[in-house]
Design a protein around this ligand. Structure first.
Ligand SMILES: [Zn+2]
Ligand SMILES: [Zn+2]
Ligand SMILES: [Zn+2]
Length: 110
């Protein structure tokens, strides 16, 4: 009888631990997968600019030449904040942001 009670206790403790780590795991994987599309804080972003390192033209200026010009917006594709809103923290981090017009200073029409 006593051993059954102990087993039940151990089982429920294990279940609590499993549920706890399980939800943490789901939580962290959710944010990891969402990171590619949103601008949430993520440890996979480049620390200096808060931009996906694979897309960060501030870390890798070669991207600017490699990607060419954005036909739609007439600016270098790698720097086009309209096509890549994830770049915006990078402009702000490099002090290239026009607060008055909410555009990168280097792309501000005025
Ligand atoms: Zn960067
Ligand atoms: Zn564009
Ligand atoms: Zn401006």
């Amino acid at each position: 009888m006593e051993s059954i009670v102990n087993k039940k206790l151990i089982l429920s403790i294990t279940a609590v631990i499993l549920v706890g780590t399980g939800s943490f795991f789901i939580y962290s994987t959710y944010f990891r997968s969402a990171g590619g599309e949103t601008t949430t804080q993520d440890s996979t972003l480049c620390a200096e600019h808060g931009v996906d390192p694979a897309l960060c033209p501030f870390c890798d200026p070669k991207l600017i030449e490699a990607k060419g010009v954005c036909q739609e917006h007439g600016v270098p594709e790698a720097l086009c904040y309209q096509c890549n809103p994830g770049l915006i923290p990078g402009f702000k981090a490099t002090d290239d942001w026009c607060k008055g017009h909410d555009v990168p200073e280097s792309q501000c029409p005025l």
